[in-house]
Every structure is written in C-alpha cells, then in structure tokens.
Design a binder for this molecule. Sequence first.
Ligand code: FES
Length: 177
Amino acid sequence: MADQTTTQANDAAVVAGDTAAAGTIDAASGAGAAVAADGAAGDRPVKIVGIVCNWCSYAGADTAGTGRFKQPPNLRLIRVPCTGRVDPLFALKAFEKGADGVLISGCHPGDCHYSEGNYYARRKFELLERMIHHLGIPKERFRWTWVSASEGQRWQQVVTEFVAGVEKLGPREGRAL
Ligand code: FES
C-alpha cells in the first residue's frame, strides 16, 4: 500500500506540476490536432486516470478492493485531498500525457470534508464536460461523479461502466493538446 501511495503521489506531482504549461493551450488551434489525434491506436488496453479525493472516493475504491469486487485493471488512481483541489487542467494534462479517459470522483454533495470543496469542483467539472469536445476529446472520455467511502459496489459499477465506454471508443493515438 505504501508503494502504491508513493506512486500516486508522484503521479499527482507530475500532473499538478505541469498545469502551468497546460494553461497555455490554445483551444482553437489545439482542437484540429486533437480531432486528428483521437483515432484508434491499435488494440492496446485503454489507460484511465482516476483523480479521487482522499476521504470518500479513494476510500470507496479501497472498500471495493477489500470486498474483492471485480474491477477492470485499466485505472491508475491519483489521490488528492479534496475534489476542490482539482484544476480542470489536471484532466487535460492527463489526456496530453496519453490517458484515454479521465474519471474524477469525490464525496457526495454535503459530505465534503472541507464543507464546500465539491460544490466548487462541480461547477468546474460541469464546465469542462461541456467544453471538452471543443478540444477534440469526446465527452464520453471524461466523467466526474461522487462515491462515498462505504460505496465499494458503486465504485465498481462506475469504473466498470466508464472503462467499457472508453473501450468502445478505443485507445487514443498521440497527444490531444
Ligand atoms: Fe471529498 Fe472534498 S473531501 S470532495
């Protein structure tokens, strides 16, 4: 578990550390390249980046693991303190780095351990969801949701459905942005 946590922390640092560069994305010129880049990239398994809050969804994923609920192995989790910490550019950076799908999950509304972090997050994610196709990334490759610490089964369902949807689209080729 310690190794896994270290890897996740390193992954988070990579995503977080590169967001300044991602902030310079020219959406208009990036869109065409992204459309071209969103073709199928062979038969490799899809890579999904999951960004989860420590208190609910990470614990929910843990509950699913402890309960031995079968899950697709395509997901790599990045643990953050709260979804309120998640900049939408984290998701775009993950796509730029080769993710085929990005899943963000946190505490249910009203359950955020920092009171209102997920309310701020919800506004940002809704906006990204509406805009993402302008960058040539089908919105089916991005999902945000809420999963609590006790909802291991819901976590399994969310991950299974999301991965299946991304698999239908296939792996992405090249960088989108
Ligand atoms: Fe989980 Fe804020 S602590 S969303």
